[in-house]
Ligand binder design. Sequence first.
Ligand SMILES: C[S@@+](CC[C@H](N)C(=O)[O-])C[C@H]1O[C@@H](n2cnc3c(N)ncnc32)[C@H](O)[C@@H]1O
Length: 368
Amino acid sequence: MDILKGNKTIDQGMETPQEFAHRIMKMINSATMTVALSLGVETGLLKIMGDLQEPSTSSQIAQRAGLKERYVREWLGAMVVGRIVDVDPIEDTYYVPPERRPFLVDGPMNVVAFSRLIPMLCEAYDSVAECFRRDGPSGVSYTKYGKFHQFMDHMSNMLHNTTLIPDVVPSIPGLVPKLESGCDCLDVGCGRGRAVLLLAQRFPRSVFYGIDISDEAISFARNEAQRLSLSNCHFIIKDAASLPERWVEQFGFIICFDAMHDMAHPRIVLNGIHRALAPGGIFGMLELNVHSHPSKNIGNPRAVDGYVISMMHCMPVSLGFEDGAGLGTMWGREMAVKMLEEVGFTDVSMTPSKDKFNLIYVAKKKIE
Ligand SMILES: C[S@@+](CC[C@H](N)C(=O)[O-])C[C@H]1O[C@@H](n2cnc3c(N)ncnc32)[C@H](O)[C@@H]1O
């Protein structure tokens, strides 16, 4: 068992040194393969492979993708040895067996989109490395991650499109009637606004506000709202740590999805959210389904990428601000519940998302 007792770490299994070295090589192989998968998403090659009905040559695939054959052939080589794509060595043709296809193309079973995380994080690789040095900078600016909002939007689109309206909203007691009859709602750290856009379409009597510090994300969200002709949502560039006075006790429902751990001043933000909620109002927070101590996260499939994402992005962007807290993606349920209770929330509950990777915290503001 991999647990910590007192100060002693307990052996993580009966692994030989050779097995340990092998395990590391496997990790490096998987990581390099992830770069090729990400390029497959970026160039549209994985979608083409997922849609191919007939085995095709590298020239046919390159032609269809509008890409250079030589690069496509090298990429196909990686896909073959990584056992994503099968090859017929006689005909020199490539294809993906039907049972693998849904995992490669957009839709509820897509798993490859997440591979784009690696190049996105590595945009700031040197800057993060500098932060480790004692005399290095304290954090990294969002501007170093050029593709962050695009990546985040892709991921939230897939997550929220399939789960927000059918699963998450109905799982919160009393929320559907509240939103159907109409109330003011706020999304804190809304990014490109996917959650707000979906909620505003489903609940036309409620008014939704999305705030974010990123002007790029907010202008994208505004354009989407306009494209969808939504008049009940408003996107504002705003620091969540300084909510306007006029918002005190204004909102019946506030959400913060995958964003609290990124905040430079999460305690101030949580206090502000509590103040902005009307008595009896509901706060819904989505965070990774993890514990606060690494020893309790061994074996959790989201813990490895969780710590790495945290180290490469979420923690440094928070620490990059003056007095940034650097909570990190893996702040975990124990600390999250403690902080929610400290700002005055009662009835804090946690429900795992459908895929079990996230936790939806639901906290109520007391009616005095
Ligand atoms: C991981 S993203 C999540 C975005 C969105 N909620 C989603 O699920 O796609 C975190 C977001 O929090 C925003 N953010 C970070 N600090 C903020 C602050 N102090 N005030 C408002 N937004 C902030 C970032 O710009 C980013 O869009």
